[in-house]
Design a binder for this molecule. Structure first.
Ligand code: G
Ligand code: G
Ligand code: MN
Ligand code: NA
Length: 252
């Protein structure tokens, strides 16, 4: 079986789960919600991480059925989370091609209606490449925001987006890529850029989420700079549903 054939079969068998990485609000220390991260479940119970198969899915057109599976899985999980934690939010990663086409939006709204989950509890995130065709992205963003979703630009600083793109699109949040967080407190050239990204995001009234936070020193810097949300191994890795709910309960 080719890698593509194996992935196709896995999609047919729905052999995917989503784990949840907590997103922490710095002002309160509380958990605001989570980012859903898909894993391919193997017959031996182990999990293949998304960077091992998302690029293949994107190259082969399998990303569309995979996005649909992730949406259904997250919405089902979120429905069960909301029964216990009524203000829970989950962010779903949307691949560039899906962001450009907006094809996933009716799938998402149907899943939400079916599960009785409010669209406001689902955030969307897409990398800069998802916003490259500005007109296509704007149509998707407008529809998604009208439906009640907040939209974040993911891995910010690693792609090719122009600053005018940020000004032009009605985004809600910016996620600072881990490579910039890693540079905090070091002599790396990227560390010079970090305060500028933060002040620009503040100026545009975006919420900011810093990713890949691993040290208390990084957290202190981000807090001082006015970053509201953090995500990273300092708080938690991505967790299976029940473990995430236990984490949430302990923090809130
Ligand atoms: O969990 P991990 O750190 O290995 O995730 C690696 C990357 O895979 C992340 O940068 C994320 O953007 C991407 N990813 C994770 N889950 C999904 C998903 O459900 N859909 C898409 N398109 N990308 C995902
Ligand atoms: O969508 P995105 O590419 O941002 O997905 C988050 C990725 O970053 C996942 O692959 C996750 O496993 C990884 N990650 C999240 N927090 C940390 C962290 O604190 N340290 C490291 N090394 N990786 C992290
Ligand atoms: Mn992401
Ligand atoms: Na990211």
């Amino acid at each position: 079986l080719s890698p593509q054939g194996a992935l196709q079969l896995a999609i047919k068998r729905k052999a995917f789960v989503t784990h949840y990485q907590p997103i922490i609000e710095l002002a309160t220390g509380q958990c605001a919600g989570a980012e859903a991260l898909v894993r391919w479940r193997q017959p031996d119970g182990s999990f293949v991480p998304p960077d091992m198969f998302i690029p293949l899915a994107e190259r082969t057109g399998l990303i569309e059925p995979l996005t649909d599976l992730v949406i259904q899985r997250v919405v089902d999980d979120l429905a069960s989370m909301l029964r216990r934690e009524p203000s829970m939010h989950v962010a779903i990663n949307i691949a560039a091609c899906d962001m450009q086409s907006g094809r996933f939006l009716p799938v998402l709204s149907r899943a939400l209606r079916g599960a009785g989950v409010a669209p406001t509890q689902v955030w969307l995130e897409a990398t800069e490449s998802g916003f490259m065709d500005v007109n296509a992205a704007r149509a998707t963003i407008d529809q998604a925001r009208q439906a009640g979703h907040a939209i974040a630009i993911d891995d910010f600083g690693t792609g090719y987006s122009s600053l005018s793109l940020l000004q032009t699109l009605p985004l809600d949040a910016l996620k600072i890529d881990k490579s910039f967080v890693d540079a905090i407190g070091t002599q790396a050239a990227t560390s010079i850029v970090v305060p500028h990204i933060i002040s620009m995001a503040h100026g545009l009234r975006f919420r900011i989420v810093a990713e890949g936070v691993e040290t208390a020193a990084q957290e202190a810097y981000l807090r001082e700079a006015g970053v509201q949300f953090v995500q990273g191994w300092l708080y938690s890795k991505a967790l299976p549903l029940e473990a995430f709910l236990a984490f949430y309960k302990a923090r809130n």
